[in-house]
Design a protein around this ligand. Structure first.
Ligand code: ZN
Length: 492
């Protein structure tokens, strides 16, 4: 009996379970109308321009085209498939692709600009749950493009508009890798960011933010919002189209950020298996609790060997419950179909080998598959499976009040007052406590605290102020200010 057949028999139960699983697609983009200017061939590759003419000669193109032809019952050629698409219409092919894909929830990053793209609501006719992922650089550009006179922007005004973004979303997404790279400086100063903003504005509209200080600033502010609202942040890592300098998209560049204690409580997911840096991504997920992994795009855009080896590399060190499936579907529904179909095959193959190698028992492989295809994402993105999109409250208890929040990046707030004897006194609270409690309810002081003399560490005689009873001291938010050495301490 051939090795492959023996494997099929041995793991038939695992195969069947994987085939039947309802998938949670953690990262995808909008589908476009059939009359969009988006060329169908672009859905097979990240190549553009002259490089696109070589796309049909790649292993993944040949395989993926054959898969689509089999689904549609057409001859295996681009012309035949495109003819079928035109005759059937978008709704029909979308239904066919999504039904075959078996996707029960999808998270859509709608910041990828595509001609004639459908909004997220449209996708809800195809899949029971569709949530929104907000692309932060796109949001920043929309904000800056929106003002009739761009010169009126200041960093503070921009930040106030920007951090109001977290409403009704499931997560954030950054494409810093495409702009100035993943070596994010968590201590970027306001001065540098302000200078970066000016440079961006000077370049004119439409705004395209590439200034590193400003990109880092947007990233850090977003991560603070993400922590505050308990939202995850998706990060583009590894390969992409040629706008990307692959050297800057290695996730190892994130080290300074990952080491920064201010952000140790965040949740980030490295997209695209970080290909070809899959081993590096696996390492990061194994040593940083905040790092998770997603293999969309690497599956289905690589050869079979490439897909299997990159997923195997992700699992070399990373905990299985940090690895997630996505299609990275975009523009055409076939990309969703291919992402789901190939992922089922790849994960089956990888888990079978893990069993044969002695890494996993069959029961453990079964658990791993459930996690990778749905459960890990449900927990990571806090998706209530089975609920319609409208039922999702991404942030039911928002705690990030822009107007009154302490300056972003500060860890502590000093509340200073003058007591009855004219002395300055001070209480220190954490920034989190300040935002959540103190700015609304103040801090409690004993009565005696207002009657301390400059001579004795106790209430002055005849004030009748004692250790019994409490004063609520309400902070005057208009006097909120950074300590003068704030930026020096940030630079460290
Ligand atoms: Zn994507």
């Amino acid at each position: 009996m051939r090795k492959l057949e023996r494997r099929e028999m041995e793991f038939a139960e695992l195969r069947e379970a994987i085939e039947k699983m309802e998938l949670v697609d953690g990262h995808a983009h909008n589908i476009v109308s059939l009359d969009s200017s988006f060329p169908f061939i672009n859905s097979f590759s990240e190549a553009t321009g002259d490089a696109l003419s070589f796309t049909p000669h790649s292993l993944s193109f040949k395989r993926n085209l054959r898969e689509i032809s089999e689904l549609y019952g057409t001859e295996s050629s681009l012309d035949a498939v495109e003819e079928y698409r035109r005759l059937s219409g978008l709704q029909a092919i979308s239904w066919k692709c999504f039904k075959a894909a078996g996707i029960s929830a999808v998270l859509i990053d709608d910041g990828l600009k595509l001609d004639k793209m459908h909004d997220i609501e449209w996708h809800r006719s195809l899949v029971p749950f569709a949530g929104r992922i907000l692309r932060i650089e796109r949001l920043a550009e929309q904000i800056l493009d929106g003002e009739p006179d761009g010169s009126t922007w200041t960093l503070n005004k921009f930040t106030e508009t920007f951090v109001k973004m977290a409403d009704g979303i499931v997560g954030l997404k950054s494409i810093a890798a495409y702009r100035s790279g993943l070596e994010i400086n968590p201590n970027v100063t306001k001065e540098d960011a302000e200078e970066g903003l000016s440079e961006v504005l000077r370049a004119g509209k439409p705004v395209c933010i590439t200034n590193k200080s400003f990109i880092d600033y947007i990233f850090i502010r977003s991560l603070e919002v993400a922590i505050c609202y308990d939202l995850p942040l998706q990060i583009h890592t590894g390969f992409g189209d040629k706008d990307l300098d692959l050297r800057l998209s290695n996730p190892l560049n994130l080290r300074t950020l990952l080491e920064d204690k201010k952000f140790s409580g965040c949740r980030i997911v490295l997209l695209h298996a970080s290909y070809p840096f899959s081993k590096e991504a696996s390492y990061l997920a194994s040593v940083y609790s905040q790092v998770y992994l997603d293999f969309g795009l690497a599956v289905p855009k690589l050869s079979v060997h490439g897909m299997i080896s990159s997923v195997k590399e992700l699992l070399e060190l990373a905990p299985i419950n940090k690895v997630m499936f996505s299609t990275d579907g975009y523009a055409v529904p076939e990309t969703y179909y291919l992402g789901a179909k190939k992922a089922r095959e790849v994960i089956f193959s990888v888990l079978c080998d893990a069993c044969i190698d002695g890494d996993l028992s069959v029961a453990e492989a079964m658990e791993a598959a459930k996690g990778i295809f749905a459960q890990n994402a449900i927990e990571f993105y806090k998706i209530k499976a089975g609920l319609k999109s409208a039922d999702l409250k991404a942030s039911s208890t928002p705690c990030f009040d822009v107007e009154n929040a302490v300056d972003i990046g500060a860890s502590f707030v000093r509340i200073i007052w003058v007591d009855a004897s004219g002395q300055h006194r001070c209480r220190v609270v954490t920034a989190k406590r300040f935002n959540n409690v103190v700015k609304k309810n103040g801090v409690g002081l004993t009565f005696a605290c207002m009657a301390m003399s400059s001579l004795v560490d106790g209430p002055a005689d005849e004030t009748n102020l004692t250790g019994t009873g409490e004063i609520r001291l309400m902070p005057d938010l208009s006097t909120r200010w950074n300590v003068p050495w704030y930026h020096f301490s940030c630079k460290r």
